[in-house]
Design a protein around this ligand. Structure first.
Ligand code: NAD
Length: 293
């Protein structure tokens, strides 16, 4: 069996490397990034999305957003032009659930199965092969691709039909963004009240307010370290998908909208490429105080 891997950026490259390490034969392609390192590790290089698909039985895509996935899969020289009936496409990008359903339906018409399987965890977990993977599709397709996904993630969960993986990812991104904003708001209050935010963190991390997000981001915030990590511009992309999806369903998401505007302000301030922990900077500006150790 050959696994096609398309999109070899920050996340896709280490994920593809883990599949090679696990013994899978890979055929790789990226429209803009070079992939000599993967070829040196034994992968076959393709010259288009179409060619990668024509040589593979299962095709994984790891691309920035919905338009990139639609172009790579359904566009000119795309996966759909090369793929054989009976193959499976697994899109691991974080995109709009409606786009997953659109791509899934177009592939179904060609006799090709589709699954959306976005990830949480970022580059370190992509490198370690310990991503959290949330999959949307049929049980039958899930059972076929699970052994491959398990080489990239430590948890692989089928959450529903096509698009459900990306609905879950949007939920994840809402919770992460709002959690960072809450931690920021609270730390700025503590600092202004003359209580060291580092001590607040130590005191509360084992209590009800403790969270994986706070454990990951509070040390960075306290060090003033905003090296990504997860870039503000990517979180804007995810919250835009969350807002669009929610509004199409008639679901108001007031807190998501509020944090989206904070992120937009940070982008205007030149922080688009900073880690999303830089949300604290918005609060620091409002209260005219810095939260540092
Ligand atoms: P990236 O921009 O580093 O990589 C995307 C790759 O896709 C690039 O190398 C680009 O050249 C390639 N590409 C774009 N259009 C293409 C096309 N039409 N055909 C072929 N290749 C094409 O992005 P990333 O950080 O690896 O993120 C990928 C996805 O994973 C995004 O949806 C992101 O939201 C999600 N994600 C990222 C992180 C993170 O921490 N970086 C964490 C979790 C999820």
């Amino acid at each position: 069996m050959i696994v096609g891997f398309i999109g070899l950026g920050i996340m896709g490259r280490p994920m593809a490397k883990n599949l090679i390490k696990a013994g899978y034969k890979l055929c790789v392609y990226d429209k803009f990034a070079k992939f000599d390192d993967l070829v040196a590790l034994g992968a076959e290089g393709a010259s288009s999305n179409k060619e990668a698909a024509s040589k593979s039985d299962i095709i994984i895509t790891m691309l920035p957003n919905s338009p990139h996935v639609k172009e790579a899969v359904l566009g000119q020289d795309g996966v759909v032009e090369g793929i054989r009936a009976g193959s499976i496409v697994v899109d691991m990008s974080s995109i709009a659930p409606a786009a997953s359903q659109e791509v899934g339906a177009a592939l179904k018409a060609k006799g090709v199965e589709f699954m959306d399987a976005p990830v949480s965890g970022g580059e370190p977990k992509a490198i370690d092969g310990t991503l959290a993977i949330m999959a949307g599709g049929s049980q039958e397709v899930f059972d076929k691709v699970k052994p491959i996904l398990e080489k990239m993630g430590s948890s692989v969960t089928l959450v529903g039909g096509i698009g459900a993986g990306n609905v879950t990812k949007l939920a994840n991104q809402i919770i992460v963004a709002l959690n960072i904003a809450a931690v920021s708001e609270a730390f700025v209050l503590a600092a202004k009240a003359g209580v060291e935010p580092a001590k607040v963190f130590d005191a509360i991390k084992g209590g009800l307010a403790g969270s994986t997000v706070m454990n990951a981001k509070a040390p960075m915030i306290l060090d003033g370290n905003f090296k990504p990590g997860f870039r503000i511009e990517l979180h804007i992309k995810d919250l835009q998908n969350a807002l669009d999806t929610a509004h199409n369903l008639g679901v108001p998401v007031p807190l998501t909208a509020e944090v989206m505007e904070i992120l937009q302000g940070l982008k205007t301030d030149g922080c688009a490429a900073h880690d999303h922990g830089a949300i604290v900077r918005h609060y620091e500006k409002l209260a005219k105080i810095e939260v540092r150790k």
